[in-house]
Design a protein around this ligand. Sequence first.
Ligand code: NAP
Length: 231
Amino acid sequence: MTSAPYLIIGAGRGIGRGIAERLIAQGLPVITVSRSSEGPAGAVEHLHADVVAEGLPLDRLPEALSGVAYCPGSIDLKPFRSIRVEDLRAALEVNLVGAFRAAQATADRLKRVPGSSLLLFSTVAVGQGMPFHASVAAAKAGVEGLSRSLAAEWAPTVRVNCIAPSLTDTPLAERLMNTPEKVKAAGDRHPLKRAGTVADIAAMGAFLLGPDAGWISGQVIGVDGGMSRLR
Ligand SMILES: NC(=O)c1ccc[n+]([C@@H]2O[C@H](COP(=O)([O-])OP(=O)(O)OC[C@H]3O[C@@H](n4cnc5c(N)ncnc54)[C@H](OP(=O)(O)O)[C@@H]3O)[C@@H](O)[C@H]2O)c1
């Protein structure tokens, strides 16, 4: 019997694409979503949709899902005095409201598959205060609360976890890593002396979505080069 597919929202590039590629390489069925970018080869289907503005195209989704990852997010770093309320609202929309809508839209489909999994994304800047992160940290703190609440509400059928990455080399972080000097400085700030790669985060993402993580729920897992815990 073919297993129900995994839905990776934001799989056109970056971490979401990395997760989708890993699941596909394991022979698992994967449906990918993004606005304009294309998903990786081997997906069952790639859906073009703006999940923040419009939500998921529910008529295109199967009745059951083995797992869902919500990967769209933002890094808009500014001194607090420069953050407009509109900036905060934009951060809340893509990070929190989008995740909330995706969870609501896929809840019944996940509940049809015992042991299924929802994966959301926070940031290291929630657990550790960092200057200039007020809008994204506020939004991602909401994602952590959402994640734990759903984990409690949906147990024992659906597991819900969250990854909190530190700076990772993806298109989202391009402006922070677009010179050798910035890459070196970013690495030097981490106890493990480098910034993250898509592979670092996607490996944890694919693990949390899959059956090997069958006894893990309600966790916020730092994949951060030691940033959140080590000096
Ligand atoms: N990279 C980092 O340093 C870092 C650090 C901490 C936390 N994170 C978090 O990790 C997660 C993944 O980040 P990433 O760096 O991989 O991001 P990314 O490089 O920007 O990739 C995001 C993906 O989501 C899609 N997307 C964005 N908005 C969308 C929308 N409204 N509807 C549908 N698809 C949308 C994008 O494709 P389209 O543009 O084609 O839609 C793309 O495929 C995010 O939640 C981010 O906040 C990242």
